[in-house]
Design a protein around this ligand. Structure first.
Ligand code: ASP
Ligand code: MG
Length: 409
């Protein structure tokens, strides 16, 4: 007997028929003698619909009230899923985040999980129930409903698996695993049988939408065995996220995947004096406003001034620009503050980079051959990411996928 957490995404619970499918799969696992915790997302499109409704009332909705609204999406699907299980004669009980007591901080719309009370769930599981838990939501210390950021149900699933000491966390989605890149952009993309946790972390942070990044961080921290599977086809093996060190076999691919992201915007602070403390004076107020910064570059000009460029989420570009113009520009005597949201980030990821040279130059040559200009570069041990003009993004992904032999293999 194993304890399994199964998370189903929005497309997997998009209508009553699909919810019945979910219940049938859960029933099969129960029949094998396993204990099952199910985490569901809202029906696909529902969270967007709720955000749009809120915006009709207030263009920039109050985050606390937005969370109250957004949490209803998952509240509907847990009830429906529990009903569908009951219809199959399986004891099931639904739980909102607050009912479990998934305790989070109070950062509405992007809260972090602090603690999970597993007491009630454990008791129900031991009594033979399937527990159906609402993804994406929690409650703060003052009892306010919080949400975990878009795609946050993955994190709920993995966090529950960690808290309960589950044997496996299965993420059911509308693709049958993790691909070398998004098959909608490159039809030749292949499913990976396994991928290392580190690679998955990079892919998720570079824009692959298969798993929410926080869920991967959680899996890494608590060594949760994670598998991405399709909820539609007869169950294949999906993609296993492994913790094994790559042995560096000759056959192992150097690059595992290519991620892209059009959600970022570039902010440039031009003509600032090149002296200590500038980076802090620019990014301090941005961080104080809770704006996440991704890539950062700084150039030194010959005249003793420097340009400072960084990327933020597109939704936060205007906020970052006004903070810089209001609070920073005069202070540090910057010549100009500008923003550009017509950019995209494309990244190649693979643990094989550790033991191979020339990956960066191969990437840059491939892009140069297509006449694609690189605006920013950032690297880690297992990743090279570039910022380019948004309109070239799909082309860049296609040519890189081919150049790194991900098409065939
Ligand atoms: N329903 C939420 C969203 O659409 C959370 C999730 O699906 O993971 O982002
Ligand atoms: Mg998702």
């Amino acid at each position: 007997m194993a304890l399994i957490v199964q998370k189903y995404g929005g497309t997997s619970v998009a209508n009553p028929e699909r919810i019945r499918n979910v219940a049938r799969r859960v029933a099969r696992y129960k029949a094998m003698g396993h204990q099952v915790v199910v985490v569901v997302s809202a029906m696909s499109g529902e969270t967007n619909r709720l955000i749009a409704l809120a915006k009709e009332i207030m263009p920039d909705p109050d985050p606390r009230e937005l969370d109250v609204m957004l949490s209803t999406g998952e509240q509907v699907t847990i009830g429906m899923t529990a009903l569908a299980l009951s219809e199959l004669g399986i004891k099931a009980k639904s739980y909102t985040g607050a009912q479990v007591r998934i305790l989070t901080d109070d950062a509405h719309t992007k809260a972090r999980i602090l603690d999970i009370d597993q007491h009630n769930l454990k008791k129900d599981l031991d009594d033979g129930y399937v527990c159906v838990v609402a993804g994406f939501q929690g409650v703060d210390a003052n009892g306010n409903i919080t949400t975990l950021g878009r795609g946050g149900s993955d994190t709920t699933g993995v966090a529950l698996a960690a808290a309960l000491g589950a044997d496996e966390c299965q993420i059911y989605t509308d693709v049958d695993g993790v691909y070398t890149t998004d098959p909608r952009v490159v039809p030749e993309a292949r499913r990976l049988e396994k991928i290392t946790f580190e690679e998955m972390l990079e892919l998720a942070s570079q824009g692959s939408k298969v798993l929410q990044i926080r869920s991967v961080e959680f899996a890494g921290k608590y060594k949760v065995k994670l598998r991405v599977l399709s909820s539609f086809e007869e169950e294949g093996d999906g993609t296993l996220i492994t913790f094994e060190e790559n042995e560096g076999n000759m056959e192992d691919p150097i690059i595992s995947g290519i991620a892209f992201n059009r959600d970022e915007a570039k902010v440039t602070v031009a003509g600032v004096p090149d002296k200590p403390g500038i980076a802090y004076q620019i990014l301090g107020p941005v961080a104080d406003a809770n704006i996440d910064v991704d890539m950062i570059i700084q150039n030194v000009g010959a005249d003793g001034t420097t340009d400072f460029t960084f990327t933020v989420h597109k939704n936060e570009m205007n906020k970052a620009l006004s903070i810089l113009r209001d609070k920073v520009q005069g202070h540090i005597q910057a010549r100009e503050i500008s923003g550009d949201d017509k950019i995209a980030k494309v990244s190649v990821v693979g643990v094989g980079m550790r033991s191979h040279v020339g990956i960066a130059s191969q990437m840059f040559r491939t892009l140069a051959e297509e006449g694609i200009n690189i605006q920013m570069i950032s690297t880690s041990e297992i990743k090279i990411a570039v910022v380019i003009e948004e309109k070239y993004m799909e082309l860049a992904v296609r040519v890189l996928h081919k150049a790194f032999a991900l098409d065939d293999a």
